[in-house]
Write a protein that binds this ligand. Structure first.
Ligand code: ITT
Length: 201
C-alpha cells in the first residue's frame, strides 16, 4: 500500500475514471482537479507523449502544491508512421474535420483504407511530479490490430477500432475491469508505482 494522495491532471473524464480505478486498485489515493476546484488548461506543445505528460503534471503540481500525475496517450499506427500519435485527441480537428471520437475514428478509417498492415499500439506516458523532487516518468504500451469498422460500445476514443488479439475483442468490447488490467494505461501505472516504491527502499 502506498499512502500518497495524487492529483490526476486530466480534463478527460473517461481517462480520469480509468486512472482512478487502476490507481485505487494499486492502493494509491487519487483526487481529481474538479474535486480540488481547479481546472488547469495546458497547451500540449511537446513532440513526445513524455514531454506532454511532463507539461501537464508540472502545471497541476504548481497550481495545487500537491503531487500530480498526468497521462499523455494515443494510438500509434505502423502504416501511418506512428500517427495519429501525440495528435490522437486532435486528429480530425487538425484535418479540419470537426472534433471528437466519432470524427477521429472516421478519419482514421479513411486514411487506413486499403492498407494491409493494420498493426498498431496504444501508448501511455505518465509523469509524476512531487514538489521538490525530480519528475518520474513511465511508459506503457499495448499492441493491437486496427479493424476496418467499429465494434463495441464501451471505452472511449479509438477503442472500438482497436482489436486486442489475445481476447479477440476490441477495447470497446472488453469489460472495464479487463481493460484496466491489460491497457497501456494500466501498464504505465504499474511501472510508475514500481519506480515510486524504489525511491523509498
Ligand atoms: P487530457 O490531456 O486532459 O488528459 P486528452 O483526451 O486531451 O485529455 P491526450 O492529449 O493524452 O488526452 O490524448 C489522448 C487521446 O488518445 C484520447 O483523446 C484518445 O483519442 C486516444 N486514447 C488514449 N488512450 C486511449 C484509450 O485507452 N482508448 C482509446 N483511445 C485512447
Amino acid at each position: 500500500r502506498y499512502s500518497m494522495k495524487l492529483v490526476l491532471a486530466t480534463q478527460n473524464p473517461k481517462k480520469l475514471k480509468e486512472m482512478n480505478e487502476i490507481l485505487s486498485h494499486l492502493g494509491v489515493e487519487v483526487v481529481s482537479e474538479a474535486e480540488l476546484g481547479v481546472r488547469i488548461e495546458v497547451e500540449e506543445t511537446g513532440e513526445t507523449f513524455t514531454d506532454n505528460a511532463r507539461l501537464k503534471a508540472t502545471a497541476v503540481m504548481q497550481a495545487t502544491g500537491l503531487p500530480a500525475v498526468a497521462d499523455d496517450s494515443g494510438l500509434c499506427v505502423d502504416a501511418l508512421n506512428g500517427g495519429p500519435g501525440v495528435y490522437s485527441a486532435r486528429y480530425a480537428m487538425m484535418a479540419g474535420e470537426g472534433s471528437g471520437d466519432a470524427a477521429n475514428n472516421a478519419l482514421l478509417l479513411r486514411r487506413m483504407k486499403g492498407k494491409t498492415d493494420r498493426s498498431c499500439a496504444f501508448i501511455c506516458a505518465l509523469a509524476l511530479k512531487i514538489p521538490g523532487r525530480e519528475t518520474l516518468i513511465a511508459e506503457g504500451s499495448c499492441p493491437g490490430v486496427l479493424l476496418e469498422e467499429e465494434r463495441g460500445t464501451g471505452g472511449f476514443g479509438y477503442d472500438p477500432l482497436f482489436l486486442y488479439e489475445p481476447l479477440n475483442k476490441t477495447f470497446a468490447e472488453v469489460t472495464e475491469e479487463e481493460k484496466n488490467q491489460i491497457s497501456h494505461r494500466a501498464r504505465a501505472c504499474e511501472k510508475i508505482l514500481e519506480i515510486m516504491k524504489g525511491l523509498h527502499e
